[in-house]
Design a protein around this ligand. Sequence first.
Ligand code: PLP
Length: 366
Amino acid sequence: MLLTPGPTPVPEFVRAAMATETLHHRTPEFEAIFKNTRELLLEILDMPEALMLSSSGTGAMEACVLNLTAKKSLTINSGKFGERFGKICKAMNIPNTEIKNPWDTPVNVEDVINAVKNDPEIDSICIQICESAGGLRHPVEEIAAKVKAINSDIIIIADGITAVGVEKIDTTNIDALITGSQKALMLPPGLAMIGLSDKAVAKLETNAKGYYFNLATELKNQRKNTTAWTAATTLIIGLGAILEKIKADGFENLYTDTKKRAEASREALKAIGLPVYPKTPADSMTTIYSEKSNEIRKVLKNKYDVNIAGGQDDLNGKIFRINHMGLVASFEASWAVNAVEKAMDDLGIRTFDGTANKVFMETYFR
Ligand SMILES: *Cc1c(COP(=O)(O)O)cnc(C)c1O
């Protein structure tokens, strides 16, 4: 059972859709497929424009930083992915200021407001909606609204790679909403997507840069249902298939079910003495602090067939992360917390009595 917060398992019907023969990308047949996927993508992102890029999520992060910052970026670092925005700025020779916090701590809204007020050079803010390093939720919508009230020209670049497909995101004040194929959208890695506001589209007209990742060139092509370079045809077919399924089931139903599974998992694990790591947990994953994380993960994988993620850098061996993104059945999530309780018994940490599963079910069906 693959329950890592990316990559997530690719459903059978998506694999079947992607098993069709390779199409040439410059054909009316592929343009029709592209159009269908693009329309579904615009719907889930809930933004005026959207782009699909052949790259992993980091490529879209780099493209947004490069194309949508003219002077200076404010990057929010509460983990590895926020830190990455800063590293991208350095690599692209774009000045940046960073607000850094521990990996369990979301950025303080006032700190962002003060940074923007004190530095008129800042013309973009880069932030994760969910910082996957510690599984925390940043108050992106509140920040975006308050920043826009001060200066509506500041571009808000939101990394929603572990948020799109997890919850309904209020995109009113967001200019670029980034996502990737291998997380909540349950596709193989290799496709990145960006939702764009009218403001972002206008900025591209004067500020677009780069060659492969020149977003003005991409937008011009993708509005005509084609791509600047060879399209990732197979992944675009897969994206169409998964979005059609999510839409048919109802976007809201997926968000509600993900939230219920996340809440039930957190309550279940807290009930067996495992503390939730982030101060503001996102619903995309449950992150638990435990000095025995690597031991628990090992037993989970070898004895109970449950593959979950650990922590990176300083958090290696200190946290484990269970995925809730995508079409995960409630019985799979309850089996995962049950397996954690069994593993704790195997390791002599706590005697098994079925509490995790019971609390999961009580919370899920409340
Ligand atoms: C996975 C992830 C990324 C992108 O990583 P890639 O390996 O380039 O796909 C970026 N941001 C967040 C928050 C992520 O979870």
